[in-house]
Design a protein around this ligand. Structure first.
Ligand SMILES: CCCCCCCCC/C=C/C(=O)SCCNC(=O)CCNC(=O)[C@H](O)C(C)(C)COP(=O)(O)OP(=O)(O)OC[C@H]1O[C@@H](n2cnc3c(N)ncnc32)[C@H](O)[C@@H]1OP(=O)(O)O
Ligand SMILES: NC(=O)C1=CN([C@@H]2O[C@H](COP(=O)(O)OP(=O)(O)OC[C@H]3O[C@@H](n4cnc5c(N)ncnc54)[C@H](OP(=O)(O)O)[C@@H]3O)[C@@H](O)[C@H]2O)C=CC1
Length: 316
């Protein structure tokens, strides 16, 4: 067997895996005495981000609508060291948003770091999308992010204190997201907010950055987002493209040949808000193993969003 054949059999290794849970690139105690507010911090990627701040000494406020999930996450995060407060809040409601900052202030003081992670999403062809469906996703993902950001900015400007904001985005802010017109438009708005407010608030010492996860499966994924990933494993719609490939899985569809781990997003977040990233603002960092840059030499056949979602032809 030639070397080339040997490589064919084994295949390329993909990007190396990350260090283990609990590791950190930042010095221990980087966030001692710091308050970090994470929206959607009770589940999935938000909880993973909160965990990395907690390991580095931060006091946490996690905010979202579901009190039970928040409570479970609070107990888990508290075991990592710092203090954790859970605040029930729908980020679409400006009054509740103010109250969350009041709660945080009473517990620990004005948060130094705001992570706008909460968002909403489900796949639906644009022609089937009701105004209510559009509003639900845009109001949570974009308007909710704005309301949290505005409150954080107002309080820091009034106090004359610096701060750091991280907005969790999605790569279809650049590319568009077929099947996710509402979410892609909202995330494009979030990316624009990052770039606008970094300039507006830089003079006051407030950094604003974006952070985009790639495919990072986790146990809290909604059934519909999980269903979308499962569809990606059904090669039926891509038979021509895939006929010479081994049985498919999520990892084989990523240039990294692996999916991302939530802690890899958490590490990026703790870097962006740290003293070592003070001159980085208005930037959106993509942590996705280059998946969003992927193009094939020969494009696969087009499969409409309706077909991908298993929907019959639109009849008005
Ligand atoms: C490209 C790369 C690939 C990669 C694919 C992966 C993409 C990754 C990028 C981003 C990922 C994420 O954001 S992941 C985050 C996902 N997490 C979440 O969504 C959690 C939060 N979600 C939710 O709470 C709910 O799902 C949501 C509906 C959005 C909000 O709840 P509300 O109680 O506010 O809203 P409801 O009253 O239930 O519904 C509001 C309206 O939305 C409609 N609606 C609700 N679900 C609907 C659905 N599945 N399909 C159509 N319409 C729906 C209802 O009929 C209502 O419309 P009317 O009847 O007309 O009034
Ligand atoms: N997972 C992935 O592969 C990708 C995720 N992303 C982004 O990462 C972030 C986290 O996603 P992920 O962890 O996967 O998703 P989850 O569904 O686990 O998290 C969404 C969080 O948002 C909270 N939330 C939703 N609506 C509201 C609201 N109105 N007010 C307050 N909180 C709300 C939810 O809590 P509750 O229900 O308690 O309100 C939940 O904790 C999102 O911004 C998402 O767009 C981007 C690309 C890929």
């Amino acid at each position: 067997m030639t070397d080339e054949n040997a490589r064919d059999c084994v295949g390329p290794p993909g990007l190396p895996g990350p260090p283990p849970v609990g590791a950190s690139a930042l010095p221990s105690g980087t966030y001692d005495g710091t308050v970090v507010l994470v929206t959607g911090g009770g589940t999935g990627l938000g909880r993973a981000i909160a965990a990395e701040f907690a390991r580095l000494g931060a006091d946490l406020v996690i905010a979202s609508r579901n009190a039970d999930r928040l409570k479970a996450a609070r107990d888990e995060l508290a075991a990592l060291g710092g203090r954790v407060t859970a605040a029930v809040c729908d980020i679409r409601d400006p009054r509740r948003v103010r109250e969350v900052f009041d709660t945080a202030g009473e517990a620990y003081g004005l948060p130094d770091v705001l992570v706008n992670n909460a968002a909403a999403n489900f796949p639906v062809p644009a022609e089937d999308m009701s105004p209510g469906a559009w509003s639900a996703v845009v109001d949570i993902t974009l308007t909710g992010t704005f309301l949290m950001t505005r409150e954080f900015g107002r309080r820091h400007l009034a106090a004359g204190t610096p701060g750091s904001i991280i907005d969790v985005g999605a790569s279809y802010a650049w590319t568009g997201g077929p099947g996710f017109a509402h979410s892609a438009a909202a995330k494009a708005g979030v990316k624009s907010l990052v770039e606008t407010l970094a300039v507006e608030w830089g003079p006051y010492g407030i950094q604003v950055n974006g952070l985009v996860p790639g495919l990072m499966p986790h146990g809290d994924m909604t059934a519909e987002i999980r269903g979308n990933l499962e569809r990606a494993e059904d090669t039926g719609g891509h038979r021509v493209h895939d006929q010479h490939r081994p049985p498919d899985d999520k990892a084989s569809r990523q240039p990294a040949l692996r999916v991302g781990l939530p802690r890899e997003l958490g590490w990026a977040a703790t870097f962006l808000a740290s003293p070592y990233a003070r001159f980085i603002t208005g930037h959106t960092l993509v942590v996705d193993g280059a998946n969003w840059q992927r193009r094939d030499l020969v494009s696969p056949p087009v499969v409409t969003v309706r077909e991908q979602l298993g929907r019959a032809a639109f009849e008005g």
